[in-house]
Ligand binder design. Sequence first.
Ligand code: ATP
Length: 300
Amino acid sequence: MSASGLEVRCPAKVNLSLRVGTRRPDGYHEIRTVFQAVDLWDSLRARPSERLTLVCDDPGVPSGPENLVLRAAEALRRAAGRAAGGAALRLRKRIPVAGGMGGGSSDAAGALVLLNRLWGLGLVGADLESLAAEIGSDVPFFLHGGVALGEGRGERLTDLPYPGDRLLLLGVPPFGVSTREAYDAFDRDLTRSSDDGSFPRSRSGNPPEENDFRVGPNDLEAGVVARRPELLEFREELGRSGAAAALLSGSGSTVFGVFDDSRALREAVACLGSRFARWRVFGSRTVACGVRFGGNDGAD
Ligand code: ATP
């Protein structure tokens, strides 16, 4: 362990597709989604300490017990009993908050992996996965990363073959969308329509095949963009700027586009960045991994 302790890097994700079923008795919706890890990272460091503490560089993120990092640490402590100790944790946020890119969930997965090692607990994959699913529906995905089909609440995963790196444009508006808000809009719109919210059954046993980088649909998109028209304008402008496909990620607010070549991506970043001046618009790519150790880039 270096003087600054142990560090994990926690990637963002986009949902390449998201089908939403009806609300279950436990309040969750049954979903079927394809998660894809993205080259945009939070970082989490830990040093041994008597107490469990967290410092976060983003004032918009709670650093108390409601932070998913501390919720993960407490879940791990409960599972490990006396073997677990304290830790001084430092979280550096780069993934947009409430952006539909799973930042909090990825940080939670990072905390499980990091503290499992710091505390020498020796928990294996299946142990961490069941703790991850307790913390949040998207958390197990980040232990795997790459590309995976998520079913149930999104926590039941099937790894899919990684089709190689794809170029992405990420557009983050100056507002977030809470997951709750997006599902409530979906439920309200469903009540007004004749759709019964059931999945198209023909697709149920039919996950994407190798090298298949299908994008869409996202069943939450219509409800979210109807209430935030700027998201739809951005998505349409992405189509006109050469994106092969564009979609709202998860519950939003991030909109992403897929590009086939880096020059077209650069031009689109410049064009959309000036037209949507209050947005963060930047290029990124898909990655084949999930949470991983190391990656000290000197920034602190
Ligand atoms: P998802 O796509 O998984 O539904 P999201 O990416 O839209 O989630 P997050 O940024 O993960 O949203 O977090 C949503 C809320 O969770 C925030 O508003 C924040 O108050 C809370 N939160 C708790 N822990 C964290 C964390 N480590 N990072 C970011 N937000 C956190």
